[in-house]
Design a protein around this ligand. Structure first.
Ligand SMILES: N[C@@H](CCC(=O)N[C@@H](CS)C(=O)NCC(=O)O)C(=O)O
Length: 293
């Protein structure tokens, strides 16, 4: 037989067998079809966590010593968080890890007494917490860490599935980073007439966020996600700003306030956020340290 003809037949046979497999595993066919070799290499954990059914011909193969295979392919995750209890940025990472059901260890940093060698080595550029060490590899910047967690452990998703939705979520996360932290802290850092100006600025930022939330349950829609995780930790600092500014967020922004209450009902959030009274005590101590009276 001519070499080309033999090649054509082999390709034809291969395609035919692929299409038979596709019928045997319709959910796979809808997603993408990969050659058999690539399928068997797919991490079984990932397949099952995405609730996809493996093709029939690899079911028995995967069942054989599944635990051993998983242990080899997906080694136990080693997660260490360099933490500081009152840091809203660290709270973001704790919420994201809890949302994904991941276990981790945390090490409290002494930001005033002296940072650990591990922190200085793991975040040489900013020397700030949070740092998440994943199997020894350091990750810096809270919003980037939350994004990494979402990519690495996709279920349940925190960022929207479509590119446009993801870009919108990142826009609001960026707005929160640039505006909300400073606006909240400027209220309790100010004295005299400056408090009124700071309060007005803070409420303006909150109103922009309230508008972005609209009538939705959470920033991304029906489910708690990336923007909620980035924003909610600051709520534990609002009480301190309210006390120094003599106002309430609830009276100024009732819808945003309802979102805070809704988010606080989640175990991941309730566990990660400290008592606002304790944050207030911290702020009082910090003001003294800074000589603000
Ligand atoms: N943009 C950073 C901010 C992190 C940050 O400001 N961390 C503070 C604690 S809230 C810190 O480590 N401060 C120590 C310092 O500035 O030396 C992030 O999102 O992770």
């Amino acid at each position: 037989m001519h070499k080309d003809e033999s090649m054509r037949r082999t390709v034809y046979k291969e395609r035919e067998s692929q299409s038979r497999q596709r019928e045997a595993w319709p959910t796979l066919a809808r997603l993408e079809f990969r050659p058999k070799a690539a399928q068997t290499k797919t991490c079984a954990l990932k397949m099952f966590s995405n609730k996809r059914l493996p093709p029939r011909d690899i079911v028995s193969h995967e069942r054989e010593g599944l635990q051993e295979r998983l242990a080899k392919r997906c080694p136990k995750e080693d997660l260490l968080l360099l933490d500081f209890w009152v840091s809203p940025f660290c709270m973001r990472v704790k919420i994201a890890l809890a949302e994904k059901g991941l276990n981790y260890e945390s090490k409290e940093e002494d930001l005033f007494g002296g940072k650990s060698e591990l922190l200085l080595k793991s975040n040489p550029v900013y020397q700030k917490v949070p740092v998440l060490l994943h199997n020894g590899k350091p990750l810096n910047e809270s919003a980037i860490i939350v994004g990494y967690i979402d990519e690495k452990w996709p279920s349940p998703p925190l960022l929207p599935a479509c590119a446009y939705g993801r870009s919108q979520a990142r826009f609001w996360a960026d707005y929160i980073d640039k505006k909300l932290f400073d606006a909240t802290c400027t209220v309790w850092r100010s004295t005299g007439e400056a408090v009124e100006v700071a309060k007005k600025d803070f409420i303006e930022v909150l109103k922009v966020l309230e508008e972005a939330l609209g009538e939705k349950k959470f920033f991304g829609g029906k489910t708690f996600g990336f923007v909620d995780i980035v924003a909610i930790p600051m709520a534990s600092w609002f009480y301190a700003s309210e006390k120094f500014g003599n106002f309430t967020v609830e009276a100024e922004c009732p819808k945003l306030s309802a979102w805070i209450k809704r988010s606080m009902q989640r175990e991941s959030v309730a566990k990660a956020l400290p008592d606002p009274e304790k944050v207030y005590d911290f702020v009082v101590m910090f003001r003294k340290m800074q000589g603000i009276e």
